[in-house]
Design a protein around this ligand. Structure first.
Ligand code: NAD
Length: 240
């Protein structure tokens, strides 16, 4: 069985990392257009770098929770499981997941907007001073930035993601509001090519009725419970 698991900010909420759109989410405190859009970044690259620096600080000391570990365990079963995440926190890898597709990049790394090369974590300073930082690949000054996808930019590895969606039997969305494109259309794409779609979220979302089946509650309860009884889950999903 081929399974694509798409995760969003909700899977990391119980690790202490705030989501974007919930009541205490990051967009209640920050202007998304200013700090995390392509336009905002071009207006003021340092403002965007400072915002992601705060996220990097906030991520310090945060550990994967039971939901991340359960998905890592699922990858070690008989099924072919592709994990695609919108998250930039690296917690899937810390829990032991392999080959995670980080479509929105990662807080670990830097990226050069001129030569489009990814600089390794070893080069990411504690404080990124955009104006003076020099890319060691193309020697440009002022073009290094966090290796994250800003709103208005194309996410990473889209070819691999659509191939996995095209081939999968089951598509599972975990802890995502379904409001950010293109991730929000993945379910429609996978369903269109014959997959069953499963939603796991704290509560029902605006797109819940489009899924074939859903389970609701905190990810750290629901994901391990379903992974623990995965064959039963698959039977229910395929019958839905
Ligand atoms: P979102 O904030 O739009 O939605 C979060 C979803 O998680 C909501 O539907 C909410 O009901 C659900 N949720 C909250 N707590 C939960 C829990 N304990 N268990 C299960 N579900 C829970 O987030 P999104 O849909 O992922 O939006 C996408 C954007 O958020 C992406 O661009 C992503 O990069 C970014 N983001 C990432 C992180 C991170 O790396 N941890 C944190 C915040 C935002």
């Amino acid at each position: 069985m081929r399974i694509v698991v798409m995760t969003g900010a909700g899977i990391s909420a119980e690790s202490g990392i705030p989501t974007y759109r919930d009541e205490d989410g990051l967009w209640t405190q920050h202007n998304m257009e200013e700090v995390a859009s392509r336009k905002g970044y071009l207006e003021d690259p340092q403002r965007a770098a400072d915002f992601f620096e705060k996220l990097r600080e906030a991520k310090q000391g945060k550990a994967p929770n039971a939901a991340h570990y359960a998905l890592a365990a699922l990858q070690n079963r008989d099924h072919e499981v592709t994990i695609v995440t919108q998250n930039i926190d690296g917690l899937h890898q810390e829990a032991g997941s392999r080959d995670v597709i980080e479509m929105h990049g990662s807080l670990r790394d830097m990226y050069c907007d001129t030569c489009t090369r990814h600089a390794g974590v070893y080069a990411y300073p504690e404080h990124l001073d955009v104006a003076s930082a020099v890319c060691f690949s193309c020697a440009q000054t002022g073009t290094l930035r966090p290796d994250v996808t800003y709103f208005g930019e194309v996410p990473r590895r889209m070819g691999e993601i659509y191939q996995a969606l095209f081939e999968c039997d089951v598509y599972m969305a975990v802890g995502t509001s379904g409001e950010v494109q293109p991730a929000s259309s993945f379910m429609i794409f996978a369903q269109g090519y014959g997959a069953k779609a499963v939603e796991l979220n704290l509560t029902r979302t605006d797109v819940s009725e489009l899924y074939d089946i859903g389970w609701y509650g905190p990810a750290s309860n629901v994901v391990p419970m379903l992974v623990g009884d995965f064959d039963n889950l698959l039977e229910k999903v395929l019958d839905s």
